[in-house]
Design a protein around this ligand. Structure first.
Ligand code: NAP
Length: 323
C-alpha cells in the first residue's frame, strides 16, 4: 500500500505529479487547517507533509499520530513548533541554498525600486502624469551606489545581498549577526557592528534574519529612531521581525525616508493597512523566492527531503534535532 502524504499550498506541478506516482498524495490549498474536516481526517492517516507555511502546533500534531516528517517548501520554518516536533520525534526540513540568489535579487530589486521610486514613477508615466520633457526634482530619487548598506542577518541570503552591493554597486557593507564572520569581512570588505551602530550609520538598512523568539519585533520604535532621517528600510525576512505600527509611525513622522517591504505582519496584507497608502513605501507580496526556476528547485529539494524521511533516512536539510 502506498504511503499517505499531504501536499499543502504550494508544490510545483511536475514534483507533485512525481510524488503522486509513488505516494497517496492529497493536496490542500487555502483551508482552515484547524477546522477543515477533510484535512483533519487525512492528517490522522499521513506519514508525511510537504508544503508551504502550514502552521504546525501541538493541536495540529495531536491529529497526526503517524506523522514522520514535515517538509517545508521554504528556508524559513517559523511556521513550525520545533519543541513539540522534537518531543514527538517528528522530523522537519527546509530548502536552503537553492533560493539564496533569487531572494537576494528580490531584496536588492526592492531596495533599488524604493530608492529610485520606480513603482511611483511607473504609475506617473502610465497615468499620463509625464507632461513636460523632463520631470521636476520632486520626483528625483536617492543614489544606491557608493552608499552604506547595513545588513541585519549575515547568513546565506545576507551574504548574497552583500555580494551584489559590494561588487555591483561599490557600497560599503556594515553587518550585524549573532556571530562575527571574518571570511565575509574579507570577501566584501564588510564591517561588523552592534545593531545600534549599524542603524545609526547605514543609508540602507536591510533585515534578513529568520523569525525566532529572539528576532520577533527586533526593529521597532527605538530602532527606527536610531536610523538616519534619510534612511531606507528594507524587510525581506518575515513581517513579525518588525513592529509594523512603529514603522508606519516612523514613516509618517519623517523618522526615516522610505521603506521597501516584501513581508508583512499579516499576510495577505489587509486593505486598510496604512502602508498601502504611502508613496514612499514599495510593497511586494512575499515573493522573495518566487521565480519559476527557483520554486521548482525548492519543490524538488523538499520532495527529496520528504522521501528520505519517509524511508527512515536522515534528510539532508533536517532542522529538528534527532533524539
Ligand atoms: P541563514 O543562512 O540561517 O541566515 C540567518 C542569519 O540571521 C544568520 O547570519 C544569523 O546569524 C542571523 N541571525 C539569527 N538570529 C539573529 C539575531 N537574533 N540577531 C541578529 N542576527 C541573527 O538563513 P537564510 O537562508 O539567509 O534566510 C534568512 C531568512 O530570510 C529566512 O529564515 C526567512 O525568514 C527569510 N526569507 C524570506 C524570503 C522571502 O520570500 N521574503 C525568502 C527566503 C528567506 P549567525 O550566522 O550569527 O547565526
Amino acid at each position: 500500500m502506498k504511503k499517505k502524504v499531504i501536499a499543502y499550498n504550494r508544490v510545483e506541478k511536475p514534483v507533485l505529479e512525481a510524488l503522486q506516482k509513488k505516494y497517496d498524495v492529497t493536496f490542500f490549498k487555502n483551508i482552515d487547517t484547524q477546522n477543515d474536516l477533510d484535512f483533519l481526517k487525512k492528517l490522522s492517516e499521513v506519514e508525511g507533509i510537504i508544503g508551504l507555511e502550514l502552521p504546525v502546533d501541538k493541536k495540529l500534531l495531536d491529529h497526526a499520530p503517524h506523522l514522520k516528517i514535515i517538509s517545508n517548501v521554504s528556508v524559513g520554518y517559523n511556521n513550525l513548533d520545533m519543541e513539540e516536533l522534537t518531543k514527538r520525534n517528528i522530523m522537519a526540513t527546509n530548502t536552503p541554498d537553492v533560493l539564496t540568489d533569487t531572494v537576494a535579487d528580490t531584496v536588492f530589486g526592492i531596495l533599488i525600486a524604493t530608492a529610485r521610486r520606480i513603482p511611483e514613477l511607473d504609475q506617473l508615466v502610465k497615468s499620463g502624469g509625464w507632461i513636460t520633457e523632463s520631470i521636476e526634482p520632486e520626483y528625483f530619487g536617492m543614489d544606491v551606489h557608493h552608499k552604506k548598506l547595513g545588513i541585519i542577518g549575515m547568513g546565506r541570503i545576507g551574504q548574497a545581498i552583500a555580494k551584489r552591493a559590494h561588487f555591483g554597486f561599490d557600497m560599503e557593507i556594515l553587518y550585524h549577526s549573532r556571530s562575527q564572520k571574518p571570511d565575509v569581512e574579507d570577501k566584501f570588505d564588510a564591517t561588523y557592528c552592534t545593531l545600534d551602530e549599524l542603524l545609526a550609520k547605514s543609508d540602507f538598512v536591510c533585515l534578513i534574519t529568520p523569525l525566532t523568539s529572539e528576532t520577533v519585533g527586533l526593529i521597532g520604535k527605538r530602532e527606527f529612531q536610531l536610523m538616519k532621517k534619510t534612511a531606507i528600510f528594507v524587510n525581506g525576512s518575515r513581517g513579525k521581525t518588525i513592529v509594523e505600527q512603529d514603522l508606519i509611525d516612523a514613516l509618517k513622522g519623517g523618522q526615516i525616508a522610505a521603506a521597501g517591504l516584501d513581508v508583512f505582519e499579516k499576510e495577505p496584507i489587509e486593505r486598510h493597512n496604512a502602508l498601502l497608502h504611502m508613496k514612499n513605501v514599495v510593497t511586494t507580496p512575499h515573493i522573495g523566492s518566487s521565480t519559476h526556476e527557483t520554486e521548482l528547485k525548492m519543490s524538488e529539494l523538499a520532495a527529496y527531503n520528504l522521501e528520505a524521511g519517509l524511508n527512515g533516512q536522515k534528510p539532508p536539510n533536517l532542522v529538528t534535532q534527532p533524539l
